[in-house]
Design a protein around this ligand. Structure first.
Ligand code: ATP
Ligand code: MG
Length: 561
């Protein structure tokens, strides 16, 4: 079933929203947010969350904010902020003027913390990080209370103030919520709210030397923004009681948190830590390497915003973690490009063909269809001459019976051109085939009497004298294993990298492609969908990335299921 036939399906997130709308819990308001931490580039998993949050807001006539959860100054950077904004816009979503930062709320969060201290719900603790872990206990064993837990309100207020004013070194003091060291939920065992960190923040500069923990900042940030539905991934289910507790203690607006399963895809890693390592170690060519699952990588590879939105839609939202076949993502981009990409001819592994009976110096302009799926795309002409290139593997000297391409004595049609017959194979001293000598049948061109004569094979080609040299980059999956984290003993996930994930070839492409603009999509007939590389391509010297081949493995996989 193609995407445009898929009805807007309901899912458990929408069911919850519908219930709220009928009970009037949020006065029919739907206000979501996408809350990235600016510590890396966005990936396809984030795209799913973006489509879900912005999509739900659109569907219910509500709003979706962009909020940077920037509570971790040592790992964050404006480069990431900028890339995140670019990627969300490219995906087709808009947050209008609602661009927020958790760091905008540092002062409010501080006041909230003071309120908790005043209410006897928070205390300054002097255990070290290691001691805090030790005191926390385990899933089967209750924790122990910190010796600093019984401090009086005034002492806590004074110490917290001194923390803020920079009187203590990193790691010496924390502010902790006073909840329950025996709670079966470890997140409730007096979690840390603030840690001291004398670090420069990309937005607040040196104004703060202590920073809120993510768990202390996140729920309150949602509340401050009036978010109704805080959609997040499953690992935060166990944090929900803590977020609820904070908000109830503070008596502020209470969003509903809803958890859904993270997107995982075969043959890829999705952890930002691992993606950063691939970049830092130079294993890939930056965050936007076309093999990366990042949005910028997918864009450079030739994926379209529509294909990614379609993918997110088809994957849907689930309550249970699972892994989606990368073939489905590729299927989505094929569908979109099939409808929209212009068809052209390019030969990836050129073998010269000389038409011995074709007049020297003659050039004919053959009319070629730009997109059979789209009449409005029109036609173009492609020059045809005595010397051409075809794909080396479209010829076999000693072919098996079912080989319907070119072979000695056999005929094929050249797309939009003539039927040719292979008369002679020319080899160098080492026995390698250097060119083919063929004859053409002048009556088989379109408009001629034998135009409809049928032969088994049709090959793409380019005219040697008119062809443009192009570098073409062919990709395979970055990892050789479906699950790259499936690691043998003594090895790491990096050992699962596919050594053949990139092959660079020197191709000959039709002249219309000489100055193709970066980001333009093409189908090279029979060879796949390609896009002009945004980093290395130059006018007159185009570089192409293959987005996907034409072979749709998803169709096969989904049939088996
Ligand atoms: P980190 O582990 O560094 O926190 P993260 O992937 O959770 O990384 P965030 O920047 O916190 O990164 O993510 C922003 C939003 O995107 C969060 O709401 C998160 O739940 C969601 N998200 C992240 N990864 C996925 C994924 N694989 N599938 C769906 N949503 C995701
Ligand atoms: Mg996160």
């Amino acid at each position: 079933m193609s995407s445009n036939e898929t009805p807007t399906q309901t899912n458990f997130v929408k069911q919850i929203i519908n219930e709220h709308n009928s009970s009037g819990r949020f006065d029919q308001r739907v206000h979501t947010r996408f809350p990235p931490e600016p510590n890396g580039y966005l990936h396809i998993g984030h795209a799913k969350s973006i489509c879900l949050n912005f999509g739900i807001a659109q569907e219910y006539g509500g709003l979706c904010n962009l909020r940077f959860d920037d509570t971790n100054p040592t790992k964050e950077d404006v480069e990431y902020v900028d890339s995140i904004k670019e990627d969300i816009r490219w995906l087709g979503f808009d947050w209008d003027e609602r661009e927020y930062y958790a760091s905008d709320y540092f002062e409010t969060l501080y006041e909230y913390a003071v309120k908790l201290i005043r209410d006897g719900k928070a205390y300054v603790c002097e255990l070290t990080g290691e001691q805090i872990r030790e005191y926390r206990g385990t899933l089967t064993e209750a924790g122990r209370e910190s010796p600093y837990r019984k401090r009086g309100v005034d002492e806590n207020l004074a110490l917290f103030d001194r923390m803020r004013r920079g009187e203590f070194p990193d790691g010496s003091h924390t502010l902790r919520a006073k909840i329950d060291m025996a709670s079966p939920n470890l997140n409730m065992r007096d979690p840390v709210m603030y840690r001291i960190l004398h670090a420069h923040h990309h937005r607040t500069g040196d104004a703060w030397c202590m920073y809120p923990m993510y768990d202390w900042a996140h729920g309150q940030s949602d509340s401050i923004e009036g978010i109704t539905h805080s959609i997040c991934t499953l690992e935060f289910e166990d944090h929900r009681p803590l977020y609820d507790w904070y908000i109830d203690q503070l008596g502020i607006h209470h969003p509903q948190q809803i958890e859904f399963a993270r997107l995982n895809i075969t043959y890829t890693v999705m952890s930002k830590r691992k993606l950063l390592q691939l970049v830092r170690d130079g294993i890939v060519d930056g965050w936007d390497d076309p093999r990366m699952p990042t949005i910028s990588g997918l864009r450079r590879r030739g994926f379209t915003p529509a294909s990614i939105r379609d993918f997110a839609d088809r994957v849907g939202v689930a309550k249970k973690n699972s892994t989606v076949e990368v073939a489905l993502l590729e299927h989505c981009v094929r569908e979109d490009l099939n409808a929209h990409a212009l068809r052209v001819m390019g030969v990836l592994d050129p073998l010269k063909v000389v038409l011995t009976n074709y007049p020297e110096g003659q050039v004919e302009e053959m009319e070629a269809v730009n997109n059979p799926e789209d009449e409005a795309a029109g036609t173009r002409t492609v020059p045809f001459s005595r010397e051409l290139y075809i794909e080396r593997d479209d010829f076999m000297e000693d072919p098996p019976r079912k080989f319907f391409r070119l072979a000695p004595g056999r005929e094929v049609r050249l797309r939009y051109g003539y039927i040719i017959k292979c008369e002679d194979v020319v080899k160098d001293d080492a026995g390698n085939i250097t060119e083919l000598h063929c004859t053409y049948d002048p009556l088989t061109r379109s408009g001629m009497p034998d135009a409809n004569r049928r032969v088994k094979g049709t090959l793409h080609w380019v005219s040697a004298q008119h062809a443009v040299d192009a570098e073409v980059r062919l990709y395979e999956q970055l990892f050789a294993l479906e699950n790259p984290d499936d690691v043998e003993e003594g090895k790491t996930w990096l050992d699962n990298i596919n050594p053949d994930s990139l092959a660079v070839v020197q191709a000959k492409v039709e002249p219309s492609l000489a100055d193709a603009a970066p980001g333009t999509h093409f189908q090279f007939e029979r060879k796949g969908y390609f896009t002009v590389d945004s980093k290395y391509s130059a006018p007159g010297a185009p570089v192409f990335n293959r987005t996907v081949t034409l072979r749709d493995t998803w169709a096969r996989i989904s049939k088996q299921k």
